[in-house]
Design a binder for this molecule. Structure first.
Ligand code: HEM
Length: 215
C-alpha cells in the first residue's frame, strides 16, 4: 500500500502541473511581467500566510496538526520584509486581497479554527511547495528584477533556519505518513489538498487578468 505522503502527492500531481503552467506563473517565470505583478502576488501570499500562521500557536498542541507547526517554516515575517522592500515602509496601507485570495485565506482560517486535518492539507500544499518549486521562483525573481541573492524581495523563499531542505522534506513526509487520522479522514485531507490547489489556481487566474501581457 502506498504511504500517505505518496497518496497526497499523486492526488495533487495533475493540479500541480496546472498551477505550474498557469498563465500567470508561466509569465512570471518567463520574465515577462513587471515587478509590480510580483509585488501584487507577494501581497496575496501575505493574506494566505497570515491565515496559516495566526492560529498556529493554538494548533501547536493539537494531536493532528501540532506536529506540523514548526517555527522554522513561518513565512509572515519574511513576507513583511519583502513587502517593505517592494512597496515601501507604508506597504500595509496599500495592501488589498483579490476576491480569490480572500476566499483562499477564509478557507485556511476556517480549517485552522475548526478542522486540524484540513489545516494539514493547506499546510502541506503551501510549505512543501515553497521548499520545492519556490526555489525556482526565487532564482527567476532575482534574475528578472535584480533582487539581491536571497535578500530583500525574495526572503519569502529563503528558509534561513532549514539548512537541508531535502532532509526536511523527508522528515515532513514521515509526519504525513504518521498523521493521526484514519482512512476516511485521510481521504478528506486529500480532498482538501485538491481544494487548496484549486484555490491557488484561482488566485493565479485573477492575477493573470490583472496583469495581461500586451501582445
Ligand atoms: C511555477 C511554479 C512551480 C514550480 C516551478 C514548482 C516546482 C516544484 C518542484 C520542482 C517540486 C519538487 C518535487 C520534489 O521534491 O521532488 C515541487 C513540489 C511541490 N509543489 Fe510545486 N511548483 C510550482 C508551483 C506550485 C504551487 C502553486 C503549489 C501549490 C500552492 C505547489 C505545491 C507543491 C507541493 C505541495 C510540492 C510537494 C510535492 C510532494 O513531494 O509531496 N507548487 N514543485
Amino acid at each position: 500500500m502506498n504511504s500517505f505522503s505518496t497518496v497526497i502527492r499523486t492526488a495533487s500531481h495533475e493540479q500541480h502541473t496546472e498551477a505550474e503552467t498557469s498563465t500567470f506563473m508561466s509569465d512570471l517565470l518567463g520574465g515577462r511581467l513587471g515587478v509590480d505583478a510580483y509585488a501584487r502576488y507577494t501581497e496575496q501570499l501575505w493574506f494566505v500566510y497570515e491565515a496559516l500562521e495566526a492560529g498556529s500557536g493554538r494548533l501547536a498542541g493539537d494531536p493532528v496538526a501540532g506536529p506540523f507547526v514548526r517555527p522554522e517554516l513561518f513565512r509572515l515575517a519574511a513576507l513583511e520584509r519583502d513587502l517593505a522592500h517592494l512597496r515601501g515602509a507604508d506597504w500595509r496601507a496599500g495592501l488589498s486581497a483579490l476576491p480569490a485570495t480572500r476566499a483562499y485565506a477564509d478557507r485556511v482560517r476556517e480549517c485552522a479554527e475548526q478542522w486540524p486535518g484540513g489545516y494539514v492539507a493547506h499546510h502541506y500544499t503551501r510549505y512543501l511547495g515553497d521548499l520545492s518549486g519556490g526555489q525556482i521562483i526565487r532564482d527567476r525573481a532575482e534574475r528578472t528584477w535584480g533582487f539581491e541573492r536571497k535578500g530583500d524581495g525574495v526572503r519569502f523563499y529563503v528558509f534561513e533556519e532549514i539548512a537541508n531542505p531535502a532532509a526536511f522534506k523527508r522528515g515532513y513526509r514521515e509526519l504525513l505518513d504518521t498523521v493521526r487520522a484514519d482512512d476516511l479522514e485521510r481521504q478528506r485531507i486529500v480532498a482538501e489538498c485538491r481544494r487548496a490547489f484549486a484555490l491557488n489556481t484561482a488566485v493565479f487566474h485573477a492575477l493573470a487578468e490583472e496583469f495581461p501581457l500586451s501582445a
